[in-house]
Design a protein around this ligand. Structure first.
Ligand SMILES: Nc1ncnc2c1ncn2[C@@H]1O[C@H](COP(=O)(O)OP(=O)(O)O)[C@@H](O)[C@H]1O
Ligand SMILES: [Mg+2]
Length: 419
């Protein structure tokens, strides 16, 4: 109730304190005049630092659902959204409890768990590579004896390529499993699941889309022109529109829609990654969220609408409006961390920003803090954004700007580096 009147239903956005995107969602909600409440994964003791936000514990789905329902009884909600994977199970569970349209909790779970995803894709008739699930209790040598080569080993529920490693032989796989084990059991005594699957050669694309009642609308298809052949898989350059032939793009769209159906995803944003080779189009993964990090900034639709605005429009039952992309071509480079150490200095930013077609450069890594590269690390040094007439020109500008940047990194004493 506001001023004695029942407020129009608002949306709740679930986020972590680390999210880069809260502001973009807030700005979009303001622009649309949609009331937005945030549910933040935060201990109650720290809630004061986020006035107005509902503190939640994302690992406690039941209690979080109860809190959201209690809040919604006071201030009605028409949708609960998660900024990223971290809150997607709660968004699904709380939406189900409140009778709001959303993905089935089981589908939300499958979109976060790579083993479950592979099983459901296979059951739904979507092409999948050979795969098998293991746990850290399994003997690596026995796992290595079963795997096809080359293969990829990966944790089931991390992202940003953390812990994803290619192995070309049993000996390499044993080393990779060992490394993965240290990463995923660092904070627990329990056994942890992981997945081994055939390495799929080919080029990689990312599809950004929106599901409405199970129908897929493609918002953007990105090429990833930097070769991703391992042993680790740093995401770097994303450029849209794709330069692939339209028939291949159509197959990519169809495969993504099939994959969403196989998982049971029906509503809201999706981000899918696929590989294309002589044998066809393969789903690497499909997530029930939009593109991560600051990357969404690269997309502007219609007159000047952000991806976050489209997501809120759909959640609030507003028409999406014009979803044609505003720019001829656009791209982003996630600047990978080249080596472990302390980031001491970043230079060349002005020079890089002056490269034609470069729109902005955001250095997100903090000076004098340790930085960790893949496969253990979970961040980038920053982002470079470019817009132009053609994808070729955008890609070239991103590369040229990256060359201008210099990162001074002091090696850490071995005791401080990750194992
Ligand atoms: N089976 C595979 N074959 C080839 N490359 C793969 C395979 N699985 C993962 N990769 C590479 O690793 C990257 C990260 O793997 P992914 O399963 O998407 O995990 P994450 O959730 O960390 O992004 C992919 O974008 C792709 O480049
Ligand atoms: Mg991925």
């Amino acid at each position: 109730m506001e001023n004695g009147r029942v407020a129009a239903p608002g949306i709740m956005l679930l986020t972590t304190v680390r999210s880069y995107r809260l502001e973009a969602f807030r700005a979009a909600a303001n622009r649309l005049g949609v009331r937005m409440m945030t549910g933040i994964d935060l201990p109650d003791q720290l809630a004061e630092q986020w006035p107005g936000a509902l503190p939640l514990t994302f690992t406690d789905i039941e209690e979080s659902t109860r809190r959201i329902a209690a809040h919604a009884a006071e201030q009605p909600l028409c949708a609960i959204l998660s900024v990223d994977d971290s809150g997607s199970l709660i968004a699904a569970a709380a939406s189900a409890a409140l009778g709001l349209p959303h993905n089935d909790p089981a589908a939300a779970e499958a979109a976060r768990d790579k083993s479950r995803m592979r099983r459901l894709l296979k059951r739904g008739g979507v092409a999948v590579p050979w795969f098998r699930s293991y746990t850290t209790a399994d003997d690596p040598a026995a796992v290595a004896a079963q795997a096809p080569y080359p293969c990829v080993v990966k944790p089931v529920n991390l992202n940003g390529s953390r812990g994803v490693m290619r192995a070309d032989s049993p000996a390499e796989l044993v080393v990779a499993i060992d490394r993965l084990k240290r990463l995923i059991t660092a904070e627990t005594d329990e056994d942890r699941p992981y997945l081994v699957e055939t390495y799929l050669p080919g080029i990689e694309v990312a599809l950004e889309g929106m599901l409405d009642n199970g129908r897929l609308t493609v918002l953007a298809l990105f090429d990833k022109p930097e070769p991703l052949v391992g042993p680790f898989f740093e995401e770097t350059i994303y450029v849209t529109p794709s330069r692939l032939p339209s028939s291949v793009q159509a197959t990519i769209e169809r495969t993504t829609a099939d994959a969403a159906r196989a998982l049971g995803l029906v509503a809201g944003p999706i981000h899918a990654e696929l590989r294309v080779n002589d044998e066809g189009v393969w789903i690497i993964e499909i997530a029930g969220r939009s593109i991560g990090g600051l990357c969404s900034q690269v997309l502007r639709f219609g007159v000047d609408v952000s991806l976050e605005e489209l997501i809120i429009r759909q959640a609030a039952g507003l028409p999406l409006g014009d979803i044609s992309r505003r720019d001829h071509a656009a791209g982003v480079m996630m600047i990978p961390i080249p080596e472990a150490g302390l980031l001491r200095e970043v230079s060349g930013v002005e020079e890089a920003a002056a490269v034609p077609l470069i729109e902005s450069i955001e250095i997100t890594a903090r000076l004098n803090y340790p930085i960790v590269p893949l496969p253990e690390g979970d961040s980038y040094l920053g982002f470079i954004f470019a817009r132009g007439e053609t994808p070729e020109a955008v890609e070239a500008a991103l590369r040229q700007a990256h060359v201008c940047l210099r990162f001074e990194i002091d090696a850490l004493l071995p005791v401080f580096t990750s194992p």
